[in-house]
Design a protein around this ligand. Structure first.
Ligand code: ZN
Length: 343
């Protein structure tokens, strides 16, 4: 089976939320539950991907850590939380003793694929820590961030994400602010990838008009098959194709099913359907995976990362040949990252 390079996971968020119970070293001995750890990555042929740094709402932190909302709000400093998650990223790489490597370029990723090292790329899911200015951007880039989604679902100084109910259109609010436009220009200049996955429709079109890089949605699906506002309309897919960009298919059941339900009883063929639809709209070179492992509810048939070989078998059973299967698994990600980063 081809190694799978993946466009999005939330392992760092999990490690950050559970840092009392789950030291970073336990990624290598094996974690309880969740979707990712080193032994399971190895077993699955997971070759690495984009690891998101994400500042969750204080309410979510309170729930997950079993602390009061007031305590979570008190500690809610986006910059500090990002720094802590980036620290975890580097501690995980160091604890891997060479089994994982931080990647800054497409060449780094290609080397990892060749040597069987897990490739770690740092992604910022929501640039709240920049506080609406670009002064901190350089620091994040120096710390290894290679991809930025300006905002998550909620509004920040750069714009606002898709924040609508199912079923619904992605047209849920105003587009990029002036600061958001400046961030897109700065990312272009610094050759940092801009992730459109959480953008509402107006922000998406603002970015499409402004950006000179391929348009990339790291973890979204086809709105025509699942009318979840985070999924992409045919017009958006058309713009992504025209820019020679890419869509990473999200494995979350709420992004796959026509009824938008979070329901484990979702067949892997639903993922196959989204892949087929996206390939028909975007072409073979512009579709890949963006699992959202540790951030969504998976089909029971997938279970966790070790379901990847079952997904690849389902794709093969649907007639997807070896060449396309390799493109989906890693070649397309490498192609678009090379174009974006200029490596
Ligand atoms: Zn996301």
């Amino acid at each position: 089976m081809a190694p799978v390079f993946d466009g999005h996971n939330d392992l760092l968020l999990r490690l950050w939320l559970e840092q009392q119970q789950t030291p970073v070293e336990s990624v290598f001995s094996g974690l309880d539950g969740g979707h990712l750890d080193y032994p399971r990555m190895r077993q699955a042929g997971f070759a690495g991907g984009l690891f998101a740094v994400f500042v969750p709402p204080a309410r979510y932190v309170a729930q997950q850590r079993g602390i009061s909302l007031a305590a979570a709000q008190e500690a809610h400093c986006p910059l500090r939380i990002c720094q802590q998650q980036i620290d975890l990223f580097y501690r995980m790489a160091a604890a891997s003793q060479g089994k994982m490597a931080v990647c800054h370029s497409a060449r780094d990723i290609a080397q990892c694929l060749q040597s069987g090292t897990i490739a770690l790329v740092l992604h910022l899911e929501g640039a709240d820590a920049l506080d609406g200015t670009l002064t901190g951007l350089e620091t994040f880039i120096r710390r290894g961030v290679r991809s930025i989604g300006p905002f998550w679902n909620l509004p920040n100084a750069f714009g606002e994400g898709v924040n609508g109910a199912f079923p619904g259109s992605p047209d849920t609010g105003p587009g990029l602010t002036e600061a958001g436009k400046a961030l897109v220009r700065a990312c272009n200049q610094q050759r940092i990838m801009i992730d459109l996955s959480h953008m509402n429709e107006r922000a998406f079109w603002d970015t499409a008009a402004l950006s000179n890089a391929p348009l990339v949605a790291t973890h979204s699906n086809a709105h025509a098959l699942c009318p979840q506002p985070r999924n992409l309309t045919d017009a958006q897919l058309c713009a992504i194709a025209a820019s020679d960009g890419l869509v990473g298919v999200n494995f979350g059941t709420a992004f796959l099913r026509a009824d938008g339900q979070r329901n484990g009883k979702t067949a892997l063929t639903k993922i196959v359907r989204h892949v087929e639809y996206l390939v028909a709209k975007l072409g073979e070179d512009r579709v890949a995976f963006g699992s959202d492992f540790d951030g969504i509810s998976l089909p029971d048939e997938m279970g966790d990362v070790t379901g990847l070989p079952r997904l690849m078998a389902a794709l093969a059973a649907a007639g997807i040949d070896k060449s396309l299967s390799e493109k989906l698994a890693w070649r397309n990600w490498l192609r678009v990252l090379k174009m974006t980063w200029g490596d």
